[in-house]
Design a binder for this molecule. Structure first.
Ligand code: RP5
Length: 213
C-alpha cells in the first residue's frame, strides 16, 4: 500500500457521513487517502500541527470539512502551502449557509477552494483533489478523462420529438443542428434514450427550442 496523497479532515466525527463521499470519489481514481478528525476550535494546536507537517508526510492536497462557524479549512490553509479544499457541512439550524460563508470568505492571500454544501460538495472535493494531482500524474489524468466521458454518456439525448425522429423534425422546421439537438425533454416528446429531466413547452416560432428561447 502506497502512502496517502490526500488528507481528509473534519471538525467532528458527526461530519463523517458527508466527508466519506470525498473518500469514495478518491477511491474511484485509485488515490490513497487518510481520514481524521481535528477541530479548529476544540483542538487548535492539533489542527495547526497537522497542517504544518502534512506536506513533509507526502500529502499533496488537504480536504477539510466543518460545520457552523467553519474555520477548519482556513486555519489549515494558514499553516501550509498545500492546496486546501473546504467542504461546508450542513450541521446547524442554518443548514450549511453558515459553514459555506465561513469557509469561502477567506481574505486575499490565504485561498480555500470551497465546494458546495454537503455530500455533493464532498464528492466534488474528492474529484478536485484528483484533478490537482492529475496535473502531474498521467495515470490519474487518464482516469479523469474516463470520468468525463462517463458523465457525457449519462446525459440524455432526445431521439424523437412529437412522435417523429429528431432528424425528420429538424428537416421539417429547417432548424439548425445545434437547435434540434438541445438536451431537454420537449412537451409531447417521446424520449427513448435519456433520463427524465425538466419538461419545458415548445417555442411555437422555433420548434425544438423552449418557449423562453
Ligand atoms: C463543527 O461543529 C463540526 O465540524 C461539526 O460540523 C459541528 C458540530 O460538531 P459536533 O457537536 O457534532 O461535534 O465543529
Amino acid at each position: 500500500m502506497s502512502k496517502p496523497q490526500v488528507s481528509i479532515v473534519m471538525g467532528s466525527d458527526s461530519d463523517l457521513e458527508i466527508m466519506r463521499e470525498a473518500g469514495k470519489a478518491l477511491e474511484g481514481f485509485g488515490i490513497e487517502y487518510e481520514i481524521d478528525v481535528t477541530s479548529a476550535h476544540r483542538s487548535p494546536d492539533r489542527s495547526a500541527d497537522f497542517a504544518r507537517k502534512a506536506a513533509s508526510r507526502g500529502i499533496r492536497v488537504i480536504i477539510a470539512g466543518a460545520g457552523g462557524a467553519a474555520h477548519l479549512a482556513g486555519v489549515i490553509a494558514a499553516h501550509t502551502i498545500l492546496p486546501v479544499i473546504g467542504v461546508p457541512i450542513p450541521s446547524t439550524s442554518l443548514n450549511g449557509m453558515d459553514s459555506l460563508l465561513s469557509t469561502v470568505q477567506m481574505p486575499a492571500g490565504i485561498p480555500v477552494a470551497t465546494v458546495a454544501i454537503g455530500k455533493p460538495g464532498a464528492t466534488n472535493a474528492g474529484i478536485l483533489a484528483a484533478q490537482i494531482i492529475g496535473v502531474a500524474d498521467t495515470g490519474i489524468a487518464k482516469k479523469l478523462d474516463a470520468h468525463k466521458d462517463k458523465l457525457a454518456k449519462g446525459v440524455g439525448e432526445i431521439k424523437e420529438v412529437e412522435g417523429k425522429p429528431v432528424e425528420e423534425k429538424r428537416a421539417m422546421s429547417g432548424e439548425p443542428t445545434s437547435c434540434a439537438l438541445l438536451r431537454y425533454r420537449c412537451r409531447g416528446a417521446v424520449t427513448k434514450l435519456g433520463r427524465p429531466s425538466r419538461t419545458r413547452s415548445l417555442n411555437p416560432l422555433h420548434p425544438g427550442l423552449p418557449s423562453w428561447a
